[in-house]
Write a protein that binds this ligand. Structure first.
Ligand SMILES: C[S@@+](CC[C@H](N)C(=O)[O-])C[C@H]1O[C@@H](n2cnc3c(N)ncnc32)[C@H](O)[C@@H]1O
Length: 234
């Protein structure tokens, strides 16, 4: 297992290997809320859930900020007897020290974070299952390369959080093979959201069968993408 190499700049994590930030330095939590939660309509979907579970797949677990933000909404809004299945893939997990430092940035998630961090100590290569909040949330964190990990998943997603580093710096996370897997694990009306508006990502997702929309981006980003799976490749 290869751990991430991080440099802290103004108390924000920065990847030395990818020369990129993990999240917006404008306001990381607001970015997660705006890009991933709002553009997948997660709050509305959690509150009106009729099924026994809801499945999210995230590419790039990083600090787990998206996970913490989604989990907090789930615990507030979803029916008590429903379970969130959150799959996330990460090739270069943060050290426990870096992860603990990152989580300290968001004290409102302290309860979920401390439960998660207790098990993170035992993190291993391959699949790691975390049962959180008395089983209301199941996190399956796969420590592998995206190209190996995505084909292992069999459960279709209700929503995708596409969150690799910037496509120009992290091509493996945004390849056509990845988009083909995203489509395989999608059903009619599965949604996705991502901070990037790179043309190759837009076209790749369209070819894979998503209707893709552009929106105003968060912070310094001009545009972002979200969309819905129709199965009709353009
Ligand atoms: C922008 S960060 C993710 C931020 C994260 N969602 C959060 O809430 O902090 C992108 C992540 O993708 C991971 N990554 C990069 N290349 C990868 C690959 N080939 N396979 C799996 N994960 C990869 C990086 O290690 C990094 O943690």
């Amino acid at each position: 297992m290869q751990l991430s190499k991080i440099k802290w700049i103004n108390n924000n994590p920065y990847s030395i290997d990818f020369s990129d930030i993990y999240f917006s330095t404008d306001d990381a939590l607001q970015e997660a809320e705006y890009v991933f939660i709002e553009h997948n309509q997660l709050k509305q979907r959690f509150s009106s859930l009729k099924n026994s579970h809801f499945t999210i797949v995230e590419t790039g677990f990083g600090t787990g900020l998206n996970f913490l933000a989604v989990a907090a909404h789930w615990l507030t809004l979803a029916p008590l007897d429903a379970q969130l299945h959150y799959f996330s893939i990460e090739k270069y997990p943060l050290t426990l020290t870096d992860l603990t430092r990152a989580h300290a940035l968001w004290p409102r998630f302290a309860t979920i974070s401390s439960e998660f961090l207790q098990s993170y100590i035992k993190l291993k290569a391959g699949n790691n299952i975390f049962s959180i909040a008395e089983g209301r949330i199941q996190l399956a964190l796969q420590i592998d390369d995206i190209s190996y990990a995505l084909p292992q998943i069999t459960q279709k997603a209700d929503a995708w959080l596409l969150d690799g580093f910037a496509p120009a710096k992290n091509t493996e996370m945004w390849s056509n093979e990845v988009f083909t897997q995203v489509a395989r694990l999608s059903k009619l009306n599965t949604t996705f959201a991502t901070f990037t508006s790179a043309g190759a990502v837009r076209r790749g997702l369209q070819i894979a069968g998503f209707k893709v929309d552009k929106h105003t981006g968060f912070g310094k980003k001009r545009e972002m993408l979200s969309g819905v799976f129709t199965g009709n490749a353009i």
